[in-house]
Design a protein around this ligand. Structure first.
Ligand code: SAH
Length: 404
């Protein structure tokens, strides 16, 4: 049983929580020090001891826990978790019947009513991500719900919190029939090799599904494509399937070479006709300038924060400069796909970086199209930070391209 603590919300934050804001944060709580044990059930009250909501204590980078209900008589028990997960599964019904897409998110944290918990689906395999020790104290309730509600081949889990170096044989397997990895999933007909037993990153970031489709269907044909921070090369695969003349994938991690070869191969693409380069992107930009290389389509999808041998990159501070480097090696009328998953700034600020970058390069630009999270990554309207993905397709040069 999880213990219970009552906490008082400071007066100036009461309306925020009454309005449905789900994240419990330090500055909002009078007696924050009463929270000591991960998984403690928290009852939030106002200064007159009136009930505001109930949630759990689970420390993660974002805050101290999440409000899960505003109903005073609703308990956070097995029934509660099953109800939330059932609702979430029902909202993804159309994904389950689409044979061209067999990988998607079935539960997206606070967007589906339980902050700190996500569940992804990969062709019969379910992958739970626990973002705090606190939410992990509900693992029996969550796993039992999935067993009851789904036809799983197997359930895997990712503990995205500090497990203080516990078990060494932890391959993330929970129950069912162990998979043989990679499994091959589909996304709008594209194949992806997925490994559920190799840590948090399984091979593809599902939230970019619509962006990959747009690149394949509308932007790649006949183009010379540069994919930076390419990871397993998922954008390069989409571009090549869309008829790109050639792709160049650049990532710092050694594993990216074999992983990218694999993703090309499972799609029947001759990887030897592609460039796959293990290099710091910032060095690659210098190299490209020196060699007079330029591209028709440049994809930028850096992590929010990264440190390499020579450089530190923070999206909030350095995205503008990253864009400037990209602009320098993009053809006139070429397209830059600027993507960020950084939750500390919104789309307006991101567009500000784009504006400044082009201005400082003395270049004109046109925004062609924008993307945010796809439908399966549901978000809470009261929690805009959860709507983190921002992708802008930018044409270098002014106005419509009139050449037909
Ligand atoms: N765009 C990818 C996901 C990128 S994940 C996709 O859609 O699948 C971020 C990647 O950036 C990681 O693979 C990491 O190795 C790489 N990375 C981080 N810093 C880098 C740097 N300075 N140069 C090149 N790659 C870098």
């Amino acid at each position: 049983m999880n213990s219970e603590v009552k906490v008082e919300v400071k007066r100036k934050h009461v309306n925020k929580f009454k309005g449905g804001y789900p994240l419990i944060f330090k500055e909002a709580i009078m007696n924050i020090d009463d929270l000591t044990e991960e998984g403690t059930i928290i009852t939030l009250v106002d200064e007159r001891n009136q009930f505001i909501g109930r949630g759990y204590y689970g420390k993660q980078n974002k805050g101290y826990g999440w409000v899960l209900t505003h109903k005073e008589n609703e308990q956070l028990d097995a029934h509660f978790f099953e109800k939330k997960i059932r609702t979430a599964l029902n909202k993804r019904k159309h994904f389950f019947t689409d044979s061209e897409t067999t990988a998607f998110r079935v539960f997206n944290g606070e967007g589906d009513g339980i902050g700190g918990l996500t569940v992804d689906y990969f062709d019969g395999y379910y992958v739970i991500s626990w973002y705090s020790e606190g939410i992990y104290t509900f693992n029996e309730e969550v796993i039992q719900s999935l067993k009851t509600l789904t036809d799983y081949k197997a359930i895997y889990e990712k503990k995205r919190f500090d497990t203080k170096g516990t078990s060494i044989d932890d391959d993330d397997f929970v129950c069912g029939e162990r998979g043989e990895f990679p499994i091959i999933v589909k996304e709008n007909g594209i194949n992806f090799a997925i490994y559920l037993d190799e840590g948090a990153m399984v091979g593809v970031f599902l939230d970019q599904r619509e962006v990959r489709k747009a690149i394949r269907d509308s932007y790649a044909k006949g183009k010379n494509v540069l994919n930076t921070f390419s990871y397993t090369g998922a954008f390069s695969v989409a571009a090549e399937l869309g008829g790109a003349e050639k792709t160049t994938s650049v990532d710092l991690a050694n594993r990216s070479l074999s992983k990218t070869i694999e993703q090309f191969s499972v799609n029947g693409i001759d990887y030897e006709a592609q460039d796959i380069i293990v290099m710091d992107v910032f060095n690659y930009f210098k190299y490209a300038v020196k060699k007079n290389l330029s591209f028709d389509l440049v994809i930028l999808d850096p992590p929010s924060f990264a440190r390499s041998k020579k450089y530190t990159f923070s999206a909030a501070k350095d995205y503008k400069n990253l864009l400037k480097e990209a602009i320098a090696i993009t053809e006139k009328d070429g397209v830059i796909v600027a993507s960020t998953n950084c939750s500390t700034f919104g789309i307006e600020k991101f567009k500000g970086f784009i504006e400044t970058a082009f201005k400082e390069r003395n270049e004109k630009y046109t925004i062609l199209e924008e993307f945010s999270l796809p439908d399966d990554f549901r978000t809470a309207k009261e929690f805009q930070e959860g709507n983190y993905l921002k992708v802008v397709f930018i044409k270098k040069g002014k106005g419509q391209n009139r050449r037909r």
